[in-house]
Design a protein around this ligand. Structure first.
Ligand code: ARG
Length: 468
């Protein structure tokens, strides 16, 4: 017999390297609060149902409260030789009260229902933190001054200049995307928020448990009834990882724009000095490292999702130790996602857009050519396809001359030659990026009034989530 809590049937103890290979005390540090609360709820339920004697329940609760106080003071240390948080806390209770009394705590439960309950409690917290961090970032994105409504940026498709947009339009686009991350996190929260406690090892128990009671004491929305499913399920954890991975990807796309646009060739945006670092050799450098890391670290969150899917896919129902490999990677994804959300909020607050440069690029890159095609449709009655062709011919001819849409004299002359004369002043008006932006008044478009409408819509949605 070994002196392990499970040692009755063993002649020999595990070797130190086996312990080292199998323990989870290092990752379980984050679960101590949940495990203690869970023990308290379980023992209250056991006492209430008279499954264990009331005086034992009372003594165990006293020991658990003492442990909670120690934990709050930062004095509770998990011993690796006790494998995991569950054995550690049970051992501490037994050391405090003796086996006669403390040994009652583990009645009618298993580490299999415990670990899932702990992870669900911790994840709920993380999901709410991620919702709050997203809402804070969305707030930064939506708090732009009125000038941003007509501060011009080239909008791109295929990484080629497409049509002019405004800085406000860009900011609301990212806010709109992040709001979906918030919704996704809330959806995942709903499925995480179910108690596995009382499922026991896999098949339930003959003790008359009140699973509803312990679930309610732990603030769960309800019980995940089926004992085998409750102890086996890891999809709540995988979909959390999916929410973090998608969120990380969305932040990465914004980061990519910032990295690209802060290069000299674009010169569209600059991060504040606090979010950049210099070079050890090249004195002129200002590297947007926070945005680069945001982009790179989406690899961690995506990798975690793949790791979890792969880890779980071959595990038959009922706990297998494969499943304990869920936590270390997920913890890493959580830390990455939360720290990224927070730093991106700070970086976003200090972004400086160069809208003159944006306007120049729109002129130089024919970003408003579509406006002429639209004009030929509405003013000259041309079918859009024909108008597209005429405008395309104009662009081709200007490019051959090394000219741009700024050269309205050349433009007017070429159009006359094509049999579709348009006055120079009209071209100047049509091709002005600000005029184009102002004219895109369709719902969800880039005009100031459309952006204001979307901003109001987003603010209202944020309000709803904030009150949740
Ligand atoms: N430490 C384990 C984990 O992290 C807890 C459950 C262990 N259960 C078992 N039967 N080995 O998943």
């Amino acid at each position: 017999m070994t002196d392990k809590l499970w040692g009755g049937r063993f002649d020999e103890d595990i070797t130190p390297d086996v312990l080292d290979y199998t323990l989870t005390t290092d990752v379980d540090v984050r679960l101590v609060f949940a495990d203690l609360w869970q023990d308290i709820a379980h023992v209250l339920m056991l006492g209430h149902r008279e499954i264990i004697p009331a005086e034992n329940a009372r003594a165990i609760l006293g020991a658990l409260l003492r442990l909670s106080e120690r934990h709050e003071r930062g004095e509770l240390r998990l011993r690796p030789e006790l494998e995991d948080v569950h054995f550690n806390i049970e051992q501490m209770v037994i050391e405090d009260l003796g086996r006669e009394v403390g040994g009652h705590m583990h009645t009618a439960r298993s580490r299999n229902d415990q670990v899932s309950t702990d992870a669900r409690m911790y994840l709920r917290r993380v999901q709410l933190d991620a919702v709050a961090a997203n809402l804070a970032l969305i707030d930064v994105l939506l708090s732009f001054p009125e000038e941003d409504l007509l501060a011009i940026l080239p909008g791109y498709t295929h990484s080629q200049a497409a049509q002019p947009v405004s800085v406000g339009f860009w900011k609301t686009a990212h806010a709109s995307m992040l709001l979906r991350d918030v919704r996704r996190l809330r959806d995942v929260f709903d499925r995480t928020d179910e108690s596995a406690l009382g499922a026991c090892a896999l098949a339930g128990t003959s003790f008359p448990l009140d699973r509803e009671l312990s679930a309610r004491l732990l603030g769960f929305r309800g019980v995940l009834s089926h004992a085998l499913d409750a102890t086996s399920a890891r999809d709540y954890l995988i979909e959390s990882a999916a929410a973090f991975a998608i969120g990380g990807n969305n932040l990465s796309r914004m980061a990519e724009e910032i990295v690209l646009w802060s290069g000299h060739e674009y010169s569209l945006v600059e991060v504040s000095d606090a979010y950049a670092t210099g070079s050890s050799i090249m004195p002129q450098k200002k590297n947007p490292v926070v945005a680069e890391l945001t982009r790179g670290r989406a690899g961690r969150t995506a990798g975690t999702l793949v790791q979890l899917l792969t880890m779980a896919k071959g595990v038959t129902l009922g706990y297998s130790c494969d499943l304990q490999d869920d936590k270390p990677y997920l913890w890493n994804a959580i830390d990455t996602y939360l720290s990224t959300l927070r730093i991106v909020a700070g970086q976003t607050r200090g972004l400086r857009f160069n809208s003159e440069r944006g306007e120049d690029l729109c002129w130089d890159n024919f970003s408003t050519a579509t406006e002429l095609a639209n004009y030929l449709v509405s003013d000259h009655g041309l079918p859009f396809r024909e108008a597209h062709h005429v405008t395309g011919s104009l662009v081709g001819a200007l490019l051959k001359r090394g000219a741009t849409l700024r050269d309205t004299a050349a433009g007017a002359e070429i159009l006359a030659g094509l049999g579709h004369p348009v006055e120079e002043q009209i071209l100047a008006r049509l091709f002005a990026p600000r005029a184009a932006v102002t004219s895109y008044t369709s719902p969800g478009g880039t005009s100031p009034q459309s952006v204001e409408a979307v901003r109001a819509e987003l603010r209202q949605a944020v309000q709803g989530h904030g009150e949740w």
